[in-house]
Design a protein. Sequence first.
Length: 141
Amino acid sequence: MGLGLRGRRMMDLPKPAVAVVDADEHQCWVVCEMLRQFDYRATPLHSLPDLQAHLEAHPDQVAILDMDTVAADNRWFRELKRQAPGLHVLALSNRPYHPGLEEAMSSHIYGCLAKPLDPEEFLYWMKSIAENVAARQSAQP
């Protein structure tokens, strides 16, 4: 008898690829290096068009968007989810609130992370995403 998702250990779940989108190249590099320390494959990108082009060739399962350096609106998030419906978006920001992005926050963004990126909080969200992806894959016929 196999273990259910709750019974699996995190290391048994595949680690999703992560695209990090930050217009500040140094900040992007810092986040990518932290991800690599936890054995995540991280791709640094510096604009929203770069992310959309990247997703066409590499349908990553996670995108971390620095909401302080890239200008995304609700329409952009809707289009992104149409292009990559399986993408899990994590928002990274210094600010607790982003006026005008209520729709994106409630419908298109999987989680919000505070700067500087806390490794434990990041690992919590990545575990949640890995479990979500595994559950979706096991539910497919």
